[in-house]
Design a protein around this ligand. Structure first.
Ligand code: NAD
Ligand code: MG
Length: 302
């Protein structure tokens, strides 16, 4: 095998510490890529586009950082114009993503907005479709969790649940509803699930519930939209090195992050992008709908 074939895995191995994770660190939500040690790999150096999304128009929520940034970069290199939504505190990360999209020769649209508000969430989709001149791919990637919590279910506060359920579920429903105004035959929706839907952690009981609901939503909507020729799928990541982790978990858990997977390390955002490009590709995934692809370092998603 050539070095090019191993590039993403080699880079991920190089970034991981001895235990498979990363140095102790914490951020305040939503967190920034530039404050992470080490800086994650979003495929900046390694993703090679092969024209698989030529001329398509995509909206990626939470596209400023982490998995969303890796998806935005790969989509742009595959020939798509990309709109990204994010929180206004993340403007610096969003600007970096924008530069990568433009370096790939594609149009970048920046849409800062808090998706927990219905009218705002719907407007993000309208603005994306208007500025891109249509919409072919929706990636429901924005998400939130809060793991710095004690006391099991009793320790869960309503305001924490509100943030998790509004961001991960309400917003996903509103954004998807609004996108149906624009998606046509050949288009697709890709939702971001989690290993937590299958193997839930006690201190993420609310978050894990939303991810199980996203899987259920995915198959249900795939059934509804099949007759329109619109495909709906999900990707379930395992432990991936993104700002969400140091911004929502205890700093001392970072060195072990990802070490309990069969591959023995956390994944990098760049290692997620292939699943999204495949699912978004009208040619390669023309008969793929209502499924969940796990990218988990070996943990089961069935
Ligand atoms: P990330 O922090 O880079 O991305 C999450 C993004 O969600 C943020 O950048 C932010 O822009 C967006 N967001 C959060 N609240 C929002 C709101 N109210 N309005 C608009 N946008 C909002 O982290 P990530 O890990 O790349 O997360 C992307 C997705 O992957 C999430 O759905 C997450 O649940 C999922 N996921 C991540 C992991 C992992 O280990 N990193 C594992 C499984 C699933
Ligand atoms: Mg971010």
């Amino acid at each position: 095998m050539t070095d090019e074939m191993h590039a993403a895995a080699n880079k991920a191995q190089e970034l991981a510490g001895e235990e498979g994770g990363f140095p102790e660190q914490e951020q305040t939500p939503p967190g920034l890529s530039t404050d992470m040690k080490p800086f994650p790999d979003h495929g900046e150096e390694n993703w090679v586009g092969r024209g698989r999304l030529e001329g398509l128009k995509a909206l990626v929520t939470g596209g400023d950082s982490g998995i969303g940034r890796a998806v935005a970069i790969a989509f742009a290199r595959e020939g798509a114009d990309v709109a990204i939504n994010y929180l206004s505190d993340e403007e610096s990360d969003a600007q970096d993503t924008k530069q990568w999209i433009e370096k790939a020769g594609r149009k970048a649209v920046l849409l800062p907005a808090d998706l927990r508000e219905e009218a705002t969430a719907r407007k993000v989709v309208d603005d994306a479709a208007e500025q891109l001149g249509g919409l072919d791919i929706l990636v429901n990637n924005a998400g939130f969790q809060w793991a710095r919590r004690e006391g099991g279910l009793q320790g869960l506060k309503t305001e924490e649940m509100d943030r998790v359920f509004k961001t991960n579920l309400y917003a996903l429903f509103w954004v998807s509803q609004q996108a149906l105004k624009y998606l046509e035959s050949g288009s697709s929706i890709i939702n971001v699930s989690s290993i937590q839907a299958y193997d839930p952690s006690e201190n993420l009981i609310d978050y894990a519930s939303t991810k199980a609901a996203i899987n259920n939503f995915t198959v249900n909507l795939a059934s509804e939209l099949g007759e329109k020729g619109i495909r709906v799928n999900a990707v379930a990541p395992g432990p991936i090195w993104t700002p969400l982790q140091p911004a929502t978990k205890a700093g001392e858990s970072m060195p072990q992050f990802g070490s309990d997977t069969p591959l023995g390390r956390a994944g990098q955002p760049s290692e997620m992008a292939g699943a999204f490009v495949f699912l978004a590709s009208p040619a390669e995934a023309s008969y793929v709908s209502g499924t969940v692809i796990g990218v988990t370092g070996g943990k089961p998603v069935f």
